[in-house]
Design a protein around this ligand. Structure first.
Ligand SMILES: CC(C)(COP(=O)(O)OP(=O)(O)OC[C@H]1O[C@@H](n2cnc3c(N)ncnc32)[C@H](O)[C@@H]1OP(=O)(O)O)[C@@H](O)C(=O)NCCC(=O)NCCSC(=O)/C=C1/CC=CC=CO1
Length: 256
């Protein structure tokens, strides 16, 4: 059985981390599979949104701590596998949703933070986890977490590794919404379909603007917005959106 399952339906590419016996801990094959899947998703116009979820009772417990047992490996070299997957998600010009149920720990939380939206089931437990094994946060966590919760809170979460429940995560802005476990799959699907029927190219441009804003001044962003708006303004979906407004009907976006 593959460690990464994928299914494309109605524009929604659902990726399932599939090592439930270890709460979907990352191994090298899974990381390389994720990176390749993001490259493929970027090229495939049928894909309009990606959902990342975990099989079994949790989302992802981070690096498989047994993968390198008895071996001497360079963490620096191994982190290239994470970089491919995390950068692949962040730079994919389509929305990526993390559907988090059960545990998201270590690089499993880093993965969720790299996604554009995080929907938590009511049983979710989020923890940075790295400091419990005397490691620093990796897989992009030291980039994403302070941008979501601020420097001071990020230090607290990274240094003390508390286990946050879904409501605590929501209060900190770590997740966008919390959904009861019984309706979790349905709510994730509903949101994914809504995004899949949206102006896909514009979503990609929104992601690009947000990435650039992380390191830009206001003046620079005014220029970036002007460049990106020029591109958005030439899409078929912009024409359709304006036509729908005039005709007082819902737009039918094609993603082009
Ligand atoms: C908080 C937990 C994720 C979940 O706790 P709980 O629900 O109580 O479940 P457990 O009983 O602890 O776990 C169930 C089984 O899964 C196995 N398992 C869990 N996590 C891992 C893991 N990361 N690697 C391998 N196996 C794992 C666990 O042993 C149980 O199996 P058995 O019943 O057969 O024993 C909790 O499990 C937890 O805290 N897990 C560890 C979190 C962690 O430290 N993750 C790694 C952080 S480091 C990282 O993510 C990234 C890197 C990157 C590069 C280089 C080097 C290191 O790290």
């Amino acid at each position: 059985m593959s460690v990464l399952l994928s299914e494309l339906d109605q524009g929604v590419l659902t990726l399932t981390l599939n090592r439930p016996e270890a709460i979907n801990a990352f191994n090298t094959a899974m990381l390389q599979g994720l990176a390749q899947t993001m490259r493929d998703a970027a090229e495939n116009p049928e894909v309009r949104v990606v959902v990342v979820r975990g099989a079994g009772r949790g989302f992802c417990s981070g690096q498989d701590l047994r993968e390198f047992e008895g071996k001497t490996i360079s963490y620096k070299a191994h982190l290239k596998n994470y970089a491919g997957a995390i950068a692949g998600i962040a730079t994919l010009d389509k929305p990526v949703i993390a559907a988090v149920h059960g545990a998201a720990a270590g690089a499993g939380l880093s993965l969720a933070l790299a996604c554009d939206l995080r929907i938590a089931a009511s049983d979710a437990v989020l923890t940075t986890g790295f400091s419990r094994i005397a490691l620093i946060p990796d897989a992009g966590m030291s980039y994403h977490l302070p941008r979501i919760v601020g420097q001071a809170k990020a230090f607290e979460l990274m240094a003390l590794s508390p286990r946050l429940n879904a409501e605590q995560a929501l209060e900190l802005g770590l997740v966008n919404r919390v959904v009861g476990i019984e309706s979790f799959a349905e709510e994730v699907h509903k949101l994914a379909l809504e995004l899949a029927q949206g102006p896909t190219r514009t979503f990609g441009l929104i992601k690009q603007a947000l990435r650039e804003s992380a390191t830009s001044s206001l003046e620079e962003m005014l220029d970036v917005e002007a460049e990106l708006q020029d591109i958005a303004g030439l899409t078929e979906d912009h024409k359709e959106g304006v036509a729908a407004f005039y005709e007082k009907r819902a737009p039918r976006f094609s993603g082009r």
